[in-house]
Design a protein around this ligand. Sequence first.
Ligand SMILES: Nc1ncnc2c1ncn2[C@@H]1O[C@H](COP(=O)(O)OP(=O)(O)O)[C@@H](O)[C@H]1O
Ligand SMILES: [Mg+2]
Length: 266
Amino acid sequence: MAILDDIMFYMSIESMQFKKFSEDKENEKYLANEVYEENLCKLAERIFIDENHIGDGNTADVFTIPEMTNVCCKKLNGNVNPINSLEEEAKFLEEVGAFSDKVIIPTPVVAIEVKKHVKKRNLRGEIVQASIRENALLMKEIDGVSIEDLLEGRVENPLEFLSNFNADVFFADLGDFIDKMHQESIHHRDLHPGNIMIERGTMKPVVIDFGHAAKNHGDENIYQHNVYSRGPSGRMREITETFITDKQSLVNAKQKILEEIKILTR
Ligand SMILES: Nc1ncnc2c1ncn2[C@@H]1O[C@H](COP(=O)(O)OP(=O)(O)O)[C@@H](O)[C@H]1O
Ligand SMILES: [Mg+2]
């Protein structure tokens, strides 16, 4: 039955749109104005049709793009309703990327949106046609590991990786960067250890994943936002979610990594 369903689930791409961000010197040839649409169309077909990469079960899949140099792709999983679209996320990356030399931000390269034609079975088992939109963001790939990967024991030789790591310098630089973002009214709002990476070699902090970031324009409470979900009665209801502040997230991340280093060096 599963095989039959797969055969019936036929897809084609109806249209694609690309938004190029800052120049990417390493991939100039691939992204030159005369050829980029052709190159990106082939790439998008691979990303959106043969999705034979391993997902990490989160809201997004992030995987390397072998056609390009030091570029990875973030693709949202179909059933998530993101706070920021990937294009909005890319705009945040571009803006905050200019704030500091001491903190690395992945440079956005291209945002891709495709409109896909899908034929699938509906709940009654009939074949129906539908159009769906999907997005991906190509950005520079960071050579490093997230603090979460270190805490979860997913890094080989963690002590060797951390041999030049200075937590005070790392978190002071990160703190200055957060201050600068806040001066510019930008709040990341999701700075947990999975979204802070350490660049291999330089040990510089890397901030990723601006999927929850927001700008505040007045004095609204940017750390609270309203979400709607269906309650037990089947009615839509409004719930207020509260984000942990960026500064508090930094304090938590520092404490966790110091504890981990203590355990590793015991
Ligand atoms: N530019 C990048 N370079 C290298 N690894 C990345 C990059 N962006 C994301 N990752 C890896 O992919 C994981 C998930 O990415 P993220 O943007 O945080 O997605 P999600 O919204 O699912 O949390 C990160 O924890 C990190 O390990
Ligand atoms: Mg994340």
